[in-house]
Structures are given as C-alpha cells and as structure tokens.
Design a protein around this ligand. Sequence first.
Ligand code: DCP
Ligand code: MG
Length: 380
Amino acid sequence: MIQPSVRHIIHADLDAFYAAVEQLDNPELRGKPVLVGGSPDGRGVVATASYEARKFGVHSAMPMATAVRHCPDGIIVRPRFDRYRELSAQVMGVFRSVTDTIEPQSLDEAYLDITVAADDRSPIAVAIDIKARVAAETGLTVSVGLATGKCVAKIASDLQKPDGLVVVPDGEEAEFLAPLAVGKLAGIGPKSAARLLADGVHTIGDLAGMPEPWFTRRFGKRGASIRDHARGIDHSPVQTVRETKSMSSETTFPEDIGSAEELRPVIDRLSSSVASALMRKSLTGRTVTVKMRLSDFTTFTRQMTLPASINDDSTIGATAWTLLERELAPERTFRLLGVGVSGFVPAEPEGNDKPNRRRAAHRASAGARATSYQLALPVN
Ligand code: DCP
Ligand code: MG
C-alpha cells in the first residue's frame, strides 16, 4: 500500500492584533502598554492588550476598569475595525500567494496547507518566508506553528508568542503535546479542563494515556476525535470552502435604544429572520448567541447552549431575550443588536442513515461558501 504522504500544515496567528495595528499606525504607542477596547467608566471591556500591558495581567474580555487598575499607565485606544479588516486582507493576501489552500479562522488567524509549496524547499523555509513577508508587507508580526495536522499546528503557533515559530516534526506530535496543559487541546473548554483536572488528568499526555472506552464514556460522540487529537493524530483537511457554522442577523439602530419595550421587538424580529433562514437550509442548532454593541462601541456577545437543537423563532427569541435582559441597565444604550444560532446538528433523525451520506447531505444542505451567514435586515 502506498503510504499517504506527510502534510505540512501551518497555523498562523497575528500577535496582539488590534493593539499591534494601533502601535503600527501611531509610533508613539510602540513599546508601551496599549489597551484596545471600551471605556473604563462604563462597562467597556478589553478587546486586546499589547504585550507590554499583558505583563500586568491584562487580557482580552477583561473589564476595562479592571485592566486600568492592573495597568494604570495603560493607554486606552478605541477599536478601528475598518483598519483591522484592511490589514487582515493584506495578511491573508500574503498567505494566499503561498497557497490556495487557506482556511481563515478570524481576522488574524488562518490555517494553510503548504504541502505543495514545500515541494521544492523545506516547509520551515516556507514558514520563515511567510513570517518575513507579513512583516515586510504589513509591519505586523505573526506567530506560526508548523506541523503535520491542524490541531498540533494551532497549539504550536501559540507556544512562543509573540513572533514565534514552533515546528513539530512528523512523528513527534504525541511527544510534543504530552507535557502541555490539557486545556490547550481543541474541544477541551475551561469546564471540561476543570473536570479533567479533578480526575487527575493534567496534561495532554495524561489524557492520551486514558483507555479507549473511557473517552466515549466521558465525551460521548466527540470521544474518538478527542483521543486522536490528544495523541497528535489529525487528518482533517484545511478547508477552503467551509460549511455554514452559524446563522445570524443583526441590525444597527438609527438612534441608540435601551429600554426593554424597545428592545424586545427587535430581538423577536431578528430571531424570526434567523429562524426562517435556518428552516430554509434545514438546519437546527443548540447555541443561541446575542451580539451587543453599546453606545461607546464596546462589542460583546453572550451565548447559551440549549439541551436540544432548535430552529423555531419562539425558542430562539425567548433564549435571546433571556440573554439580553441580563445585560440591561439604567443608562445603558445599544447601537447594535444581533441574534445568532450555531452548534448545528444534521436535521435528519440520528441513526437511520449511513454516516457518510448523512454528512454529505448536511454539507449539501448547508451549502455555504462562508463560515457564517449574516442576513441583512432593515431596522423596521
Ligand atoms: N478579540 C476581541 N475580543 C476577544 C478576543 C479577541 O475583540 N475576547 C479581537 C482582538 C484581537 C483579535 O480579536 O486583537 C485577535 O484575537 P486573538 O485571540 O488572536 O488575540 P491577539 O491577536 O490580540 O493576541 P495573541 O498575540 O494572543 O494572538
Ligand atoms: Mg492573534
């Protein structure tokens, strides 16, 4: 049998992206603690902090008021999303000049399959070249992980931030992962990590050593893939065209609004628009997300995962409203609201179709060219 050839996969993630852009555009901010985000007076949060500010314990999603207490010399800068999008496009352009097989994860992050590009030179040379070209063409630094699969590459890119380059050679994946904290593994969120810790599973190596049946008991259907990932096995392709992962609808108000009476109908309208889009694509999902932008442009999301998969407007609306209602406060006004549903499962009932056909049907019904669909919705 012909052995499948080894793939060379890169995960690239820009360093302190928003803060780095601010330091790039304003030399006075360079070398200084920069906090990008909302106001410390209101309920603003930190979108990101420069590495100079992270030394003081500041991190993304921390309330700005707390960040300022940790880092009193921090310079607060309001986000400029258009500029971030512009630089993101430039960086993705560099990636795309190396390979067509690129899967962006967010504005500052992408997987690249460089197997073909590494045909006539070493994959490490390709990685170094990408870092150098991003720096030369944009002035930003990018941390790169190079491995034989996405999961290990992603962990590797985070390990030597900022300006990191971590290479995990073929065959050394499990050894590389073994000493790392179990929470670094894709699919192990903070809650799972805490439960694993309580059971004495601290490192990815501890996890990889658990007996096979334990994984299914512990993680259900996800068990097999979590076990593979813990052992450094990951054949998932870098997907240029992605399935729909979420469906959302959002609206910006002509004037900021804050009362329950004004907001509730908006939530209902957004929810029914998402519901009908989901129904058209035969999708149902378990996670409902509300996106909020306050008058000071602070943007954040709240989400809730339901016990069952849904796509009806009343459940989406009720869940979204529960999430929004908790955030209402006197004086607090909103300039944008969004409602989204994610965590899709195939619409067909479980178990009465061949897995492959089911997956294919799901993909066909999703049929999207983008990660998420956003529906345009007029205000009234
Ligand atoms: N971001 C945000 N809110 C969060 C997390 C991130 O608004 N809770 C934004 C700001 C970040 C950008 O997304 O600059 C990219 O997110 P990353 O998680 O990659 O964080 P950074 O690029 O800022 O830092 P790092 O060097 O750790 O990648
Ligand atoms: Mg980043």
